[in-house]
Design a protein around this ligand. Sequence first.
Ligand code: IPD
Ligand code: CA
Ligand code: CA
Length: 270
Amino acid sequence: MVQSSPSQLQVFLDIATEAALCAGAVLQTHWGKLENIREKGRPGDLVTEADKAAEGAVLEVLRRHVPDHSILAEESGQFDNAQSNYLWAIDPLDGTTNYAHQYPFFAVSIGLLIDGVPQVGVVFDPIHNQLFRAAKGLGATCNRQPIRVSQTADLEKSLLVTGFAYDRRQTFDTNYREFCHLTHLTQGVRRDGAAALDLAYVACGHLDGYWERGLSTWDIAAGIVLVEEAGGKVTAYDRTPFDLASGRILATNGHLHNALSHELMTMKSP
Ligand code: IPD
Ligand code: CA
Ligand code: CA
């Protein structure tokens, strides 16, 4: 187990920022000019030349600064250094479907796990030029200004967000029922199509809570740090400690956590 000092975490945060800004510039370059959009395997799971070029930009920065760290990158897989306690989880373009349709809601997401725990997170939305950053114990910011989760304490007054995984045509666990149920109980449930930005929006209080299943480590590692450092809470649906491998997350402003967990756990069939 390694203990990283605040100054070490700050160094990693700055490396993640450099990488996210480089990848964001690549995404800006390809925006609206895609020539190669294809499905990766499951229907609707797209990859483009922008995903790959942005990932290349992130990898170049990480290999220059931290060549001995392990890397988990969505498009090129895992590069392991068995000796390292550090794992960078990279989603070079979270929201590829949005990006391919020129729907301006997508981001670069870079998280650093230390001994398996997300401790540094950067999410960069290059279209709106919003840079979300956080590191354990150092707080969370957007464009260098501190951010906090919302104060909403009633589900009836809340605005939530969720998503639907690419395996939705092959599973009964689609999340459609949960979506309908919570749409009835709240002021609305958004489906914006970029998990990393969904979490960033919970962190800065635009949204009050988020739940989703079928997620990968690269989708949420950075956003988890943002929400926690902005004063929110992240657990499994049943409020047990969060497990990255489960792909299932409940992230809220804290005030709504018990109520939202209760609805997800006790929901009856329609
Ligand atoms: C997807 C987005 C989406 C979520 C999917 C993810 P991608 O990531 O985050 O919001 O619902 O489960 O896979 O494929 O755009 O990087
Ligand atoms: Ca993603
Ligand atoms: Ca992606």
